[in-house]
Design a protein around this ligand. Structure first.
Ligand code: TYD
Length: 236
């Protein structure tokens, strides 16, 4: 079996940049690798991504301050889960069977952090769904790019997601350059809950998680990640 590495983090954490940097380094070092990004990456997954992008979530308000309810948190959860099911079956499992190193930008922890801690859906239900969608394909390493949400969101606003990622190319599986945006408009409190969720998951499984201070220089972050990835490659 291959090696499975996941990147997680809040908005503006630089997680996608680091996922791409690691992917580039893996290729450079001669490792057959695959870079994935959730949600999306399959035909159905891309269509689901489009729905998530076009429909507003329940907790978002319209311009007049009235709540829109075109997409309930439960629907959101099921859509992310459906997109993941396709990606796991069509891409992840075949790649791992071919001994590839798979780098995935977001995975099950995003669902626990955003739909569980953020939206308040029951964690046990999400965990059950995660087990079904992944069929036991858990990452060997989860890298959390940890950042204060206020800092992360201001990075997104100041630079725009694309500028922040400048020079590293766009992420495969992500067809809309500007991203989903639906969570960038959520309150700081929402993003603080998401961050707390991530940190709780990292505390529960320190051997699987690497928490990196996302405010460190990009090169230093990449170095810390590589230090943790290298032994995994040697053990393969
Ligand atoms: P996206 O535009 O793909 O960019 P990024 O991953 O760089 O933030 O945004 C995906 C959004 O979807 C992000 O705000 C987190 C959210 N998300 C969930 O809420 N649950 C999930 O299970 C996944 C995979 C993502």
């Amino acid at each position: 079996m291959g090696i499975f590495i996941v990147f997680e983090g809040g908005e503006g954490s630089g997680k996608s940049t680091q996922a791409r940097l690691l992917y580039g380094l893996l290729l450079q070092e001669g490792h057959s690798s695959v870079l994935l990004h959730e949600p999306g990456g399959t035909s159905a997954g891309d269509q689901i991504r489009r729905i998530l992008k076009s429909q507003h979530g329940e907790s978002q308000k319209s311009q007049r301050g009235k709540r829109k309810s075109s997409l309930s948190p439960m629907t959101e959860l099921l859509l992310f889960s459906a997109a993941r099911t396709e990606l796991v079956n069509q891409t992840l499992i075949p790649a791992l069977k071919k001994e590839r190193v798979v780098v995935c930008d977001r995975y099950t922890a995003s669902t626990i952090a955003y739909q569980g801690y953020g939206r308040g859906l029951p964690l046990d239900l999400i965990q059950q769904l995660n087990r079904v969608t992944t069929q036991g394909n858990d990452p060997s390493l989860v890298v959390l790019l940890n950042i204060d949400p206020e800092k992360g969101l201001s990075r997104v606003q100041a630079q725009g997601a694309m500028l922040f990622d400048e020079g590293v190319g766009s992420s495969p599986g992500r067809m809309d350059e500007e991203g989903l945006r639906r969570f960038e408009e959520e309150s700081v409190e929402f993003h603080q809950r998401v961050r707390e969720g991530y940190l709780e998951l990292a505390r529960e499984e320190p051997e699987r998680w690497l928490v990196v201070d996302a405010t460190l220089p990009r090169e230093r972050v990449a170095e810390l990640i590589w230090q943790r990835v290298e032994p995994l490659l040697k053990a393969q």
